[in-house]
Design a protein around this ligand. Structure first.
Ligand code: ADP
Length: 495
């Protein structure tokens, strides 16, 4: 029997998946309580384990290991690389329950949602196992009779990834999958708040047959030291980062020193637009998915919900009732739909956004306070009367606060939706086809969800415009960010 307080180790069918260390050159490096950093369960505050605080020297070692592994890995046939990735995906699915338990323990999201993330994450290995087999080049007619132009796509080389804590499985596989399928090697720094999901996935990679050094993991509570080494070590030819716009900007500046390739998946401030003709029940479920899933801690979360005046009262009332019925609790609890916020900082931000809105005249419809479970649990919240002088208009809330603004017409809502430096995703609820196209095309975002609160999947190009990022992950386009073009001018062909 397990209950919500059962220690993580006792939950696992395969306890050897719990790897409380960094992985460098195929060796696990552990720490003690005296020299490591603690990892907490956000739902209970218990210390799960301690992990190594790595810095410049260890990052250099990891990069050197990935450099040593590069030659063999890029020479491995695409089909053999693909087979390893596919096997890895299978092992992840076989261990999905265990990885979900690890994920819930360190991140807090409900176990079912965590399991869903693990399956989704494994899908990136499947997808890129296929895409890696289709890295086609070109033969181009030349400017002279005796030559042909041949274009090859080659791996970039040694790469680095920095990932956030909100999707600790998927953000690893979405980078590591295409990186390795394309023949690169990679060193990843997972977020200090969620390293164990990454290390469990890495352990399965070794079991799937990854050669040592192809995928290294460095752990730390001193992120900037590792970021500095990733961006200053000339061996690292590409950095792929997912996290906040501020840190992304800082890393891009540093990456400029060596003209390092960068991919950036940064913050969002997503508009969620509901027109009068929308199906209100569908729109409510869309907001629940795009706002209360992961307690609002996703970069695609609906930050500003724009509702056309004629639908406002019906929508606000329905969302209020739905929010009051969201089952909040420890992610291991039965039927729990929403866990705690990741840490005190996240909790304070949620509180500050609510307070700022109320100070400026918004109206609280549901929640708005610390949840009775204490710690960093926050009530699912609905507030209406959002205006441009309130914090959620310009700042990503990253908490379970649904902030509603009213609008009257299409041009007005497009202007308001675009009134942000971010451009990740927008959501749109309407059944008017003309309007669907007009608004989708006018929105300054990399993605648009029409009559849905979800846009992420392996087949589609995920990414933002404006200050939400550079590059795309997933889809047939996603592997390009991990490849270089080389052109060979093959001359002397005439007799
Ligand atoms: P969040 O607010 O979601 O935690 P961050 O951008 O702070 O977003 O964190 C995303 C990732 O970036 C994490 O792995 C974090 O440790 C890392 N990070 C934060 N600051 C730096 C930095 N200066 N250099 C490198 N990585 C960093």
């Amino acid at each position: 029997m397990t209950d919500v307080l059962t220690p993580l180790g006792e939950r696992l069918k395969d306890p050897t998946l719990l790897k409380d260390g960094a992985l460098i050159d195929g060796e696990w490096i552990r720490a003690s309580a005296a020299d490591g950093f603690p990892l907490y369960n956000p739902a209970t505050g218990e210390v799960i384990c301690y992990l190594p605080i790595m810095g410049t020297a260890e990052t250099r070692d990891a990069i050197a290991s990935s450099e040593a592994a590069l030659r063999g890995w890029r020479a491995t046939s695409a089909i053999n690389r693909s087979n390893i990735l596919r096997k890895w995906a299978e092992l992840m699915r076989d261990s999905a329950d265990d990885i979900a338990s690890i994920l819930t323990a360190e991140q807090g999201k409900p176990w079912d949602e965590a399991r869903g993330e693990v399956i989704y994450a494994a899908g990136y290995f499947d997808w890129f196992a296929e895409e890696g087999r289709r890295v086609y080049g070109d033969v181009i007619p030349s400017n002279t009779e005796d030559a042909r132009i041949i274009v090859l796509k080659q791996p970039v080389g040694v790469t680095a990834g920095i990932t956030p804590w909100n999707l600790p499985a998927a953000m690893i596989t979405r980078k590591v999958g295409p990186a390795l399928a394309a023949g690169n090697t990679i060193v990843v720094k997972p977020a200090a708040l969620t390293p164990l999901t990454a290390t469990a996935i890495a352990e399965l990679g070794l079991r799937a047959g990854l050669p040592r050094g192809v995928f290294n993991i460095v752990t730390t509570s001193k992120a900037s030291e590792i970021g500095d080494e990733f961006t200053s070590n000339p061996v690292v030819r590409k950095l792929s980062f997912t996290g906040s716009t501020g840190v992304g900007r800082h890393l891009m500046r540093q990456a400029a020193t060596n003209i390092q390739k960068v991919s950036m998946e940064l913050g969002g401030n997503s508009p969620f637009i509901i027109f009068d003709d929308a199906d209100i029940d569908q729109a409510v479920e869309g907001v629940v998915s795009a706002k209360f899933r992961n307690a609002g801690q996703i970069c695609t979360a609906a930050n500003r919900i724009f509702v056309q005046r004629g639908a406002h009262d019906r929508f606000a009332e329905a969302l209020k009732i739905r929010a009051q019925n969201v089952n909040v609790g420890n992610g291991f609890g039965e039927g729990v739909e929403m866990g705690p916020l990741i840490d005190q900082k996240g909790f304070e931000k949620a509180e500050a956004h609510v307070q700022d809105m109320l100070d400026h005249g918004a109206i609280l419809l549901a929640g708005g306070h610390a949840h009775e479970l204490g710690r960093t649990f926050f009530e699912p919240t609905v507030i209406t009367g959002l205006e441009s002088d309130m914090l959620p208009w310009s700042d990503e809330t990253f908490g379970p606060i649904a902030s509603i603004a009213v609008f009257d017409d299409e041009d007005e809502v497009i202007a308001k939706a675009n009134d942000t430096e971010y451009g990740l995703v927008a959501y749109l609820y309407t059944h008017d086809l003309g309007r669907t196209f007009r608004v989708s095309e006018a929105l300054e975002t990399g993605m648009v969800g029409v009559n849905t609160g979800r846009v992420s999947n392996q087949m589609a190009p995920f990414g933002g415009v404006k200050q939400s990022g550079l590059g795309r992950e997933g889809s047939k386009y996603g592997i390009d960010d991990w490849l270089e073009l080389k052109y060979i001018n093959l001359a002397g062909l005439s007799r």
